[in-house]
Ligand binder design. Structure first.
Ligand SMILES: Nc1nc2c(c(=O)[nH]1)N[C@H]1C(S)=C(S)[C@@H](COP(=O)(O)OP(=O)(O)OC[C@H]3O[C@@H](n4cnc5c(=O)[nH]c(N)nc54)[C@H](O)[C@@H]3O)O[C@H]1N2
Ligand SMILES: Nc1nc2c(c(=O)[nH]1)N[C@H]1C(S)=C(S)[C@@H](COP(=O)(O)OP(=O)(O)OC[C@H]3O[C@@H](n4cnc5c(=O)[nH]c(N)nc54)[C@H](O)[C@@H]3O)O[C@H]1N2
Ligand SMILES: [Mo]
Length: 756
């Protein structure tokens, strides 16, 4: 899926600090390739400013609280330049190449054509995309939606790039049409975190912000590749260590951030090669072993509490929590032997982590996909909360749960109503403020939508950003599902696989990117976004749009909505003239958005109030709830391995920048499987030998990949790993968590053998 390369695949361990010169070099290379050497650096200087700049579309890590003027990182810069590229994918490209031809191109080549410039419609007679006017494109969408026998025959996907205002309009359109079919990338990402935190604390988000990160004594980092996927967190890690805080990395891999790092934008430290050690302890859990480790830590806390009254915060537990006794008994009843077996760690190591935890006054636990994309993701996140509750690590400075969200506005999308399981309260307020009668039954999520398209029950698919065909599991099945639609509509900035795996009719609707100026009748518009820590602030583009024929995402939603709902009472056109008007309506519907237009213009925006942070728990008991879930068996059966799919350093989800993975020492190779050396030896596989990977799904069906190269890597036995989206073909649609409905992307049951 990556670019064609000429070099030999290679592996050389990376021994330098994360960020620093390697990052600087990679950025320069990238600016040259995208022909943005002048514009790129100018844009970067305007990114993540406390006032007036645009929000980095790279990740959801919050901006520096001190209003720092250069809170940037290598991957953020790459991501912005990728959007600002001087290349264009105009009508000539589509005239020259049929869809079948384009389908043969690599995913890198597709996106490398540059920015899309005008709406295109699929012409089945010639198998080409041809230009269409915006008016006719909207009419096609409207006509098709109006022709459905039930609104649930359509499904409206969102990727987490969408700004809050567009997200609000988008869900309003879906619900006014009469469906809650609002799948989103969260369904593959942090759904488990939302559900777990909701159940434990009565709020589906983390409770800490960056100030807490600056005050904490101990950080526990589970299942996130910080240096690649949330690089600006490196700043917090370096500062925490310099302050004397302890940092524990829990990951089957020892990722780059678990070694040394340089603050991504600290040019002085870069010049002096002054790196800070960013780890106190690395625990290489087995894949899926986090829950056992967390429970082991809790067991150790309880054991210590027998002689040390400070180990357990009994007062907090008594005042604020429910079901503690049951949890205590469960911890006591679970043997160390079982905890060691399931976590893949020795008791001594678990005790070390527990000691760091009990020595710290204030602890933060942070996590990402290594925790969520599992069958028992919800239980594991709840176990994180259990552990925090034991020592009252909640509702006070420097302490609490802190999920690292993925897409830059994925959390904001959920806040603004992109949710296939909306609460009755939200729907009531939406009905009241917008004068519509929203449907009450829950809608379809990502997996549900794929199934329904496959069965022919969903006939219209609208993708608001993203690359659904490639991001979703079970590629072959998902392709068939999309091809079974009457109409697929993709709102995008660049050409991608989802345009080529399309329904009988298909539209590509090109939109403005976040870096670009959005002029409407009411003047230059801004959109708001919410970061991982519930901070909402404005983002204003600064660049001339890539083409005069692009529309903003709110305008595209409004265009589709008006065409589908000609008599709609919603003032779609009026909203788009001035986004303040959308925000005024949002302030009536969304909790915590009172006085939205004023507060979002404050220098750092505002923080959505978080009841759990104030020790107000909107749970059935009115308290924080301990959970007592049984420990799952995650040890692979003999002969099988647990395979995790993940990102390389040089990719953004389905966007692949290069075939290198610098911090893991990989060059010119994506079709690989990382394996433990002993597991390789057992299979008579040598380094860089081609292998066959066969996955067995819960329903017994098998999927396979051939010719991927085995790379020996320091990781626990029984574990294997490779890159998404190449490995999505291995993940059966039926292998989704019963707790979160998330596809199980981090624990695929595989057999690996030497290729014959
Ligand atoms: N540059 C860049 N930034 C990004 C993205 C990108 O693609 N590129 N994607 C964005 C998105 S949408 C998201 S959701 C985030 C994703 O951020 P990450 O969660 O870092 O994403 P992955 O690459 O899937 O890496 C998963 C990490 O979990 C570890 N892991 C795997 N299995 C387990 C396990 O069972 N237990 C534990 N403890 N660890 C495990 C892997 O070794 C790896 O370090 O990043 C966001 N930011
Ligand atoms: N096996 C496996 N699969 C996974 C994962 C995994 O860890 N393993 N991770 C999952 C996760 S966490 C996620 S979030 C999903 C990601 O799934 P998606 O969000 O669907 O995919 P992306 O690759 O982020 O989408 C890239 C496309 O978005 C479009 N785009 C970029 N910027 C904009 C914009 O400003 N507006 C609009 N409208 N479009 C834009 C471009 O056309 C680009 O091609 O993948 C999931 N899939
Ligand atoms: Mo994500």
């Amino acid at each position: 899926m990556g670019p064609a390369h000429t070099g030999e695949p290679g592996y050389r361990p990376y021994r330098h600090p994360a960020a620093g010169w390697g990052a600087a070099k990679s950025v320069t290379h990238f600016l040259v390739r995208e022909r943005t050497l002048v514009d790129g650096p100018r844009a970067v200087m305007r990114m993540n400013h406390e006032n007036g700049g645009f929000d980095c579309p790279g990740c959801a890590w919050p901006d520096d609280t001190k209003g720092l003027k250069l809170d940037i990182c290598e991957n953020g810069i790459k991501h912005v330049t990728w959007e600002m590229t001087a290349k264009r994918a105009g009508r000539e490209l589509f005239a020259r190449h049929s869809v079948s031809e384009l389908f043969e191109w690599s995913d890198f080549e597709l996106e490398d054509q540059g920015r899309l410039t005008e709406p295109m419609v699929y012409d089945p007679d010639t198998d080409h995309y041809v230009p269409i006017s915006w008016h006719d494109a909207f009419e096609l969408v409207g006509r098709t939606l109006r022709g459905l026998d039930h609104p649930d025959r359509a499904s409206f996907y969102t990727s987490g790039r969408l700004g809050n205002e567009a997200a609000f309009l988008y869900q309003l359109m879906a619900r006014e049409l009469g469906t809650n079919n609002l799948p989103d990338c969260s369904n593959m990402c942090h759904e488990a975190s939302g559900r777990a935190l909701q159940a434990s604390l009565g709020t589906g988000k983390g409770t800490v912000d960056l100030r807490d990160w600056e005050a904490t004594d101990a950080l526990f980092i589970l299942g996130v590749n910080v240096a690649s996927n949330a690089p600006r967190m490196l700043t917090s890690l370096v500062e925490a260590r310099q302050r004397g805080a302890r940092i524990v990395h829990i990951n089957p891999f020892v990722e780059a951030a678990a070694g040394k790092a340089i603050i991504p934008h600290d040019f002085k430290d870069m010049a002096l090669l002054d790196a800070t050690r960013t780890s106190s302890l690395n625990l290489q859990v087995r894949i899926g072993g986090d829950m056992a480790l967390l429970r082991g830590m809790a067991k150790a806390v309880l054991e210590q509490a027998r002689t040390d009254p400070h180990a357990l915060d009994r007062e907090f537990v008594d005042r604020h929590t429910a079901a503690f006794e049951e949890y205590r008994e469960l911890c006591e009843a679970t043997s160390w032997e079982e905890l060691e077996r399931q976590s893949g760690l020795g008791r001594a190591d678990i005790l070390k982590a527990a000691r760091i935890y009990t020595d710290a006054d204030r602890s933060i636990v942070t996590w990402c996909l290594g925790v969520t994309q599992h069958e028992h993701g919800v239980d594991t996140v709840r176990e994180i909360v259990n552990l925090l509750l034991l020592r009252g690590n909640l509702g006070r400075e420097g302490a609490g749960p802190s999920p690292v969200r993925g897409h830059s506005n994925v959390q904001g999308n959920r806040t603004c109503g992109i949710d296939h399981r909306p609460t009755a309260e939200f729907l009531d307020r939406l009905a009241g403020a917008c004068g519509i009668e929203p449907p009450r039954e829950h809608g379809l999520d990502t997996v549900g939508t794929i199934r329904a398209m496959h069965r022919g029950e969903v006939k219209v698919f609208v993708g608001m950003g993203g690359n659904f065909a490639l991001a979703a599991p079970d590629s072959a099945f998902t392709y068939d599902a999309l091809r079974n639609c009457d109409l697929t509509v993709q709102v995008s900035t660049k050409l991608n696989r989802s345009h080529l795996v399309h329904g009988r009719q298909a539209l590509i609707l090109p939109c403005l990117g976040r870096t670009e100026k959005d002029h409407q009748r009411g003047g230059l518009q801004s959109t708001s976004v919410e970061d991982s820590m519930s901070m909402v602030h404005l983002s204003v583009g600064m660049k001339r749009p890539a083409s005069r024929r692009l529309l903003s995402e709110p305008a595209i939603v409004a265009g589709m909505a008006r065409a589908a709902l000609p008599d709609s009472p919603t003032p779609w056109e009026w909203y788009v003239e001035d986004y303040d008007r959308i925000r005024d309506t949002m302030s009536q519907v969304l909790d915590g958005f009172e006085d939205f237009n004023r507060r979002v213009r404050l220098p750092l925006g505002f923080r959505i109030k978080q009841p759990a942070r104030e020790l107000v728990f909107l749970t059935p008991s009115g308290r924080a709830e301990f959970s007592s879930a049984p420990l799952p068996d995650v040890v692979p059966e003999p002969g099988t391995l647990a395979l995790g799919t993940m990102r390389s350093h040089d990719q953004w989800n389905t966007t692949i920048y290069s075939d290198n993975d610098r911090y893991r020492g990989i060059k010119n190779l994506r079709e690989l499987v990382f394996m433990n050396e002993d597991d390789m030896r057992e299979r008579e596989v040598d380094a860089f030998d081609p292998v066959r990977v066969v996955a067995t799904a819960a329903d017994g069906s098998q999927r396979s990949l051939d010719g991927f190269l085995a790379v020996p890597y320091e990781m626990p036995r029984g574990c294997a790993a490779g890159y998404m989206p190449e490995m999505n073909v291995l993940i059966a649609l039926c292998d989704h968590s019963t707790q979160s409905d998330q596809p199980i992307m981090k624990h695929v049951r595989v057999r690996i053998t030497a290729a014959v």
